[in-house]
Design a protein around this ligand. Structure first.
Ligand code: SF4
Length: 115
């Protein structure tokens, strides 16, 4: 049954139509042994991506801690004592230089976001 659901899901993705999942199929997928899940994920990954290519992503925190919001999962919120030492907003020039150092930007390249 699970194989059928995965095939339907794959077919739906290939047809760019909206896939339909049943709660039973989701539970069956959720309860798969990890290596079986890994195998299925790898098979689907290979349908759409270069098999051995990995996209590398980096995050740079330009302001750490003292956030006035209350997202309960986030240690940046000032409402929780996480032991995190707040740091002021990183100056733009330092942020850009750090991005170049980390390989996130090439020297002289404009960032994709606006300051
Ligand atoms: S996710 Fe963290 S940093 Fe972002 S708004 Fe919520 S508390 Fe602030």
């Amino acid at each position: 049954m699970l194989a059928t659901q995965v095939q339907r899901r794959t077919a739906a993705l290939e047809n760019k139509s909206s896939p339909t999942w049943t709660a039973q199929a989701i539970m069956a997928l959720y309860e798969l042994p990890f290596m079986d899940l890994l195998l299925k994920a790898q098979a689907i990954h290979r349908l759409y991506h270069q098999p051995n290519a990995v996209q590398l992503s980096s995050l740079l925190s330009i302001k750490t801690g003292a956030c006035p919001e209350d997202c309960s999962y986030c240690p940046q919120s000032s409402r929780y004592d996480t032991g995190l030492k707040p740091e002021a907003l990183m100056p733009l020039k330092q942020g850009l230089e750090t991005c170049v150092t980390l390989g996130m930007l090439k020297q002289g390249q404009e960032p994709a976001c606006t300051p």
